[in-house]
Write a protein that binds this ligand. Structure first.
Ligand code: HEM
Length: 409
C-alpha cells in the first residue's frame, strides 16, 4: 500500500501554481515557464482552492478581460479563493459587473485624475524626503517597514484624510483583508471578521464626521458628494473604502520593496539609472512589471465558451496570472531581467486590463517615481544585505522584511 506521503505527492499537481510555498521560496518561475510553453490555458483539477483554469500568457488574459460579460468579476469574486458565505457583506466595485461597476468606479475616479495627482505631488515629495532624511546611512534596517510600508501608509492617509497618528491601522486592516490564505483557517477567519468589522466602524465614524459638511479634497468627501453615492448603501460605501486601502497598500508597498531588491539583482541596470535619472519614469513601469505585486485576478465564466482551443464551461473559475504574463517571452525580451530602458515596459499587465484596470495606477506610479527621484537627488543607493522574507501566498506577491544598508554613490 502506498504511504500517505507518496499518495499526497501523487495527488499534488506540479503545475498547481496556487501553492503558497512557491512564492515564499521564490520558486514560481519554473512551473510558470512550463505552463506558458506547454499549456497557456491549463485546467488544474486539484488544488487547495478547488479546480481552476490557469491563464499564464499575455493573449488569453487580455481576451478574458476584454469580455467582462462572459467572464464575470462578480459571480465568484476576484481571487482564486472562493467568496466566503459567512463573510461580512461589503460589496466592492472591483467585484462587480456592469452597469453597477461603472457607476461606483465613477465615484472614486476623480480622486486619481492628472490634476489631482499634480495637487498631491508636493505633499508626497515632502513626506518622502522626510522619511529618506531620517534613515541611517551605513547601518542595516528593514526597508519594508521603514520605507515601503511607511510611505504607502502616508500616501493612503493623505488620500483619505485619515487621522495621521493612527495611520498604521490602515496597514493592519489591509494586511488582514488581503490575505487569502486565511480562508483555509477557521480561527483566523473569525479574527479577520472582527478586525474588518472594527475597520468598517472606524470608517463609518469618519464618514459621519463629513456628511453634511462642505466638500474637502479627499476620497471620503468626494464619495459622499458624488451622484452615484445616492444609490450606494453604507456597506457598499465601506466595501469600496476597504477596496481602496487594500488596492493601494500591498501593491505600492511591494513595488517600493522591489525597487531595492530588483536593482540589487541587476547592478549594471542600477548603475545606468543612477547615471541617468531621466530613465526613472520608464524604470518605474519596469519594476512594477518585474514585481507584479498582485500575482493574479480571477474571473468566473457566465456561459460555455472556447478560449485558445480549450472548452470553458459556465461557472468555471479562471485565474489570470499577471505575474506570468509579465514574463511572457513572446512579449518581453529577456523577461526575467530588469532593463531600465525596456522599450515596451509600459505594456505590462500588473494593473490589469479593460474596464477594471487599476484606478489608482497614476497614484502608485507617482509615489514610486518620487521615491526614486528623491533617492537620486541624495545620491542614495539601497543595498540589500540579506535574503528578503517573502509573503507565502499566490495573490499578494511581495516581501515581509528586507535588510538594507544605504550608501552614497
Ligand atoms: C484594481 C494592481 C495601486 C486601487 C487593480 C487591479 C490590479 C491592480 C491588478 C485589477 C485589474 C483588473 O481586474 O483588470 C495594482 C498595482 C498597484 C496598484 C500593481 C501598484 C503598483 C493602487 C492604488 C490604489 C488602487 C494606489 C488606490 C489607492 C484600485 C481599485 C481597483 C484596482 C479601486 C478596482 C478597479 C475596478 O474594478 O474598476 N489594481 N494597483 N490600486 N486598484 Fe490597483
Amino acid at each position: 500500500m502506498a504511504s500517505l506521503a507518496s499518495e499526497t505527492a501523487l495527488a499534488a499537481d506540479p503545475l498547481d501554481v496556487t501553492r503558497p510555498e512557491l512564492y515564499r521560496d521564490d520558486r514560481w518561475h519554473e512551473p510558470f515557464r512550463r505552463l506558458r510553453a506547454e499549456a497557456p490555458v491549463y485546467r488544474c483539477e486539484e488544488s487547495a482552492f478547488g479546480p481552476y483554469w490557469s491563464l499564464s500568457t499575455y493573449k488569453p488574459i487580455v481576451e478574458v478581460e476584454s469580455l467582462p460579460e462572459l467572464y464575470s468579476s462578480q459571480a465568484g469574486g476576484i481571487t482564486v479563493a472562493d467568496l466566503m458565505p459567512e463573510d461580512i457583506k461589503m460589496p466592492m466595485f472591483i467585484a462587480m459587473d456592469r452597469p453597477k461597476h461603472t457607476g461606483q468606479r465613477r465615484t472614486v475616479a476623480p480622486a486619481f485624475t492628472p490634476s489631482e495627482m499634480q495637487r498631491m505631488t508636493g505633499d508626497i515629495r515632502m513626506r518622502t524626503a522626510e522619511i529618506l532624511d531620517s534613515l541611517p546611512v551605513g547601518e542595516t534596517f528593514d526597508w519594508v517597514d521603514r520605507v515601503s510600508i511607511e510611505l504607502t501608509t502616508q500616501m493612503l492617509a493623505l488620500l483619505f484624510d485619515f487621522p495621521w497618528a493612527e495611520r498604521r491601522k490602515l496597514t493592519y486592516w489591509s494586511d488582514w483583508a488581503g490575505d487569502i490564505e486565511i480562508a483555509k483557517d477557521p480561527v483566523k477567519k473569525e479574527e479577520r471578521r472582527a478586525i474588518l468589522f472594527q475597520c468598517a466602524s472606524e470608517f463609518g465614524a469618519l464618514w459621519n464626521a463629513k456628511v453634511g459638511k462642505d466638500p474637502t479634497p479627499d476620497l471620503i468627501s468626494m464619495m459622499i458628494h458624488s451622484d452615484a453615492m445616492a444609490e450606494m448603501d453604507q456597506m457598499e460605501f465601506l466595501g469600496n473604502l476597504i477596496l481602496l486601502i487594500v488596492g493601494g497598500n500591498d501593491t505600492t508597498r511591494n513595488s517600493m520593496s522591489a525597487y531595492a531588491w530588483g536593482l540589487e539583482q541587476f547592478p549594471d541596470q542600477r548603475a545606468r539609472l543612477e547615471a541617468d535619472p531621466s530613465l526613472i519614469a520608464n524604470a518605474t513601469q519596469e519594476i512594477i512589471r518585474w514585481q507584479t505585486p498582485l500575482a493574479h485576478m480571477r474571473r468566473t465564466a457566465t456561459a460555455d465558451a472556447e478560449l485558445m482551443g480549450q472548452q470553458i464551461r459556465e461557472g468555471d473559475k479562471l485565474v489570470l496570472w499577471y505575474l506570468s504574463a509579465n514574463r511572457d517571452e513572446n512579449v518581453f525580451e529577456r523577461p526575467d531581467e530588469i532593463i531600465v530602458d525596456r522599450p515596451n515596459a509600459r505594456r505590462h499587465l500588473a494593473f490589469g486590463h479593460g474596464i477594471h484596470r487599476c484606478v489608482g495606477a497614476r497614484l502608485a506610479e507617482l509615489q514610486i517615481g518620487v521615491l526614486m527621484e528623491e533617492m537620486a537627488k541624495r545620491r542614495l543607493r539601497a543595498n540589500v544585505v540579506g535574503e528578503p522574507e517573502r509573503v507565502a501566498a499566490c495573490f499578494v506577491h511581495g516581501y515581509k522584511k528586507m535588510p538594507v544598508e544605504l550608501s552614497r554613490y
